[in-house]
Design a protein around this ligand. Structure first.
Ligand SMILES: Nc1ncnc2c1ncn2[C@@H]1O[C@H](COP(=O)(O)OP(=O)(O)OP(=O)(O)O)[C@@H](O)[C@H]1O
Ligand SMILES: [Mg+2]
Length: 464
């Protein structure tokens, strides 16, 4: 299909392309000159086949369509245009209109309905609004596509294939979704995918991190408050549920929500109504809920830390994301995806990873899942001295991640600490010996078999 760029007039200004369809040749003539005078490019047509043909060949910003024409029913043509070119706004124009026809046209997707006798300003304003709407829709689609790119999920394991199917299945429904899985497996990414593939994709997506709100502020954060309803409530503040009206709310770390707040949340899920603090009446909201947690909700329920009724309300559709170590088939794809991503970010030419390097990644147990894999690859690309990432660069990046865990103050047993130190020492010695294991064994005063075993244990088996 050939789509010419927007036309410009002799001053180089952008001219919008309008298609006018009418059987009244005089009307079309007048219209064309008025529109040209107002800087629109107008094409005319008077038979339906020509209309579809023109719309296929050229880009139009708006269609002006007569309702009654001999041998052609404007409303049927409207239907066809909307089916085949849903983005193009169609303004219906009629000589003898009735309200019933106008209503029908709007119901069928017409942007507006005008009478032929209506003054010119009205026509121009409507046309201008329709084109603004068209441009806004295009911009929105570009942004949504960018978001889809940003939130792109990759995977080829059977677990990920199942998840992709689940997303496609549940997204178009309004069902509540519960996403579970360890930290860094991609729960938020899945929530975004559900929203972007739903009919709410252009509506707000509001994330609430339930773990990050102080208990005393939860109700106000969720449902808002009225001015003066408590000390410090200096103005009306809408809650997140109100802000998400028409869209999606993502309750992240739902397992951290205190039991009292769970009861309030349950009420909203049951009635679809929120009670703003200090308001006299409750308010209806239309919000789709997606919740995620890395906690074992069954265990929390057994300890009475999570309400069973709330669990059942949330668990209408459950997506469980297995940890990365249980779906290592995804690793090569993720590596490829993120090597490209970071190579572009750091402006480096990276062709891939050595088989030994990939092996280290396949054998690692990924406690931080995809998030850690991303960090490792980001560092490996940063260190890369050639366009193939070596196993040594991967080992180095992995080791830094261990350090991060250590410095992050994570509690460690004595044996974990000793192993951590041993691994670090072995790696330093190997680096000093340029990877020569024989020499390293001598320096460490251990036999080769012992060194080999330890290198394997700590995945320090880099190229020598
Ligand atoms: N299948 C995937 N494809 C591409 N990127 C992924 C995939 N899964 C996760 N990621 C990336 O890994 C990072 C962590 O994902 P995300 O934040 O969705 O995890 P999470 O499960 O919400 O973690 P947490 O429980 O810690 O909040 C993100 O940067 C995300 O883009
Ligand atoms: Mg998350």
């Amino acid at each position: 299909m050939f789509i010419p760029l927007n036309s410009t007039n002799y001053l180089g200004e952008l001219m919008y392309n309008v298609l006018a369809i009418d059987d009244d040749i005089n009307f079309l003539k007048n219209l064309t000159s008025v529109l040209r005078y107002n800087n629109y490019r107008t094409q005319t047509a008077n038979n339906p086949f020509e209309v579809i043909n023109l719309l296929q060949k050229e880009r139009f910003h708006c269609v002006l369509l007569d309702v009654q024409m001999p041998g052609m029913d404007g409303l049927s043509l409207l239907k066809e245009i909307k089916e085949r070119f849903p983005a193009i706004p169609v303004i219906m124009v009629s000589g003898r209109s009735t309200l019933a026809v106008a209503v029908k046209a709007i119901k069928q997707g017409a942007f507006d309905f005008l009478e032929k006798g209506a003054d010119l300003d009205r026509l121009l304003i409507t046309l201008n609004n329709a084109i603004e709407f068209y441009n806004w829709q295009k911009e929105r689609d570009v942004l949504i596509n960018e978001l889809i790119g940003q939130y792109r999920m990759v995977g080829q394991s059977s677990a990920m294939k199942k998840i992709f199917n689940q997303i496609d299945f549940v997204a178009p429904t309004d069902s509540t979704v519960l996403i579970t899985g360890e930290t860094g497996v991609g729960k938020e990414l899945i929530a975004r995918a559900v929203q972007l593939k739903s009919k709410r994709s252009t509506k707000p997506f509001i994330r609430i991190n339930c773990a990050a709100i102080p208990e005393t502020l939860i109700e106000s954060t969720f449902f808002g408050h009225k001015k003066g309803s408590f000390t410090g409530a200096v103005k009306d503040q809408p809650g997140k549920f109100e802000l998400a009206d028409g869209g999606t709310i993502f309750l992240d770390e739902i397992g951290e929500l205190p039991v009292q707040a769970q009861a309030k949340l349950l009420n909203v899920l049951q009635d679809g109504e929120i009670e703003t603090i200090g308001a006299t009446e409750s308010k209806k909201v239309d919000v789709r809920v997606i919740a995620a947690t890395n906690k074992d909700l069954n265990a929390l329920m057994a300890e009475k830390k999570f309400r069973e009724d709330l669990f059942h309300r949330l668990n209408v559709f459950h997506i469980h994301v297995p940890p990365l170590r249980e779906r290592i088939k995804d690793i090569p794809l993720l590596v490829d995806h993120y090597l490209k991503f970071y190579a572009e970010e750091y402006n480096k030419k990276i062709l891939g990873i050595s088989p030994e390097g990939l092996n280290i990644l396949l054998e690692y147990d990924w406690p931080g899942n995809v998030r850690t894999l991303k960090n490792i690859l980001s560092r490996a690309v940063m260190f890369a001295r050639s366009n193939i990432i070596s196993s040594e660069e991967i080992s180095l990046a992995l080791e830094m991640d261990d350090h991060k865990t250590w410095y992050s103050g994570k509690s460690m047993s004595l044996s974990e600490f000793l192993e951590f130190q041993e691994k670090h020492f072995l790696r330093q010695t190997l680096l000093m010996c340029n990877g020569n294991k024989q020499m390293a064994a001598q320096k460490l005063n251990v036999d080769r078999a012992t060194l080999w075993r330890k290198l394997k244990k700590y995945r320090l088996d880099f190229e020598s």
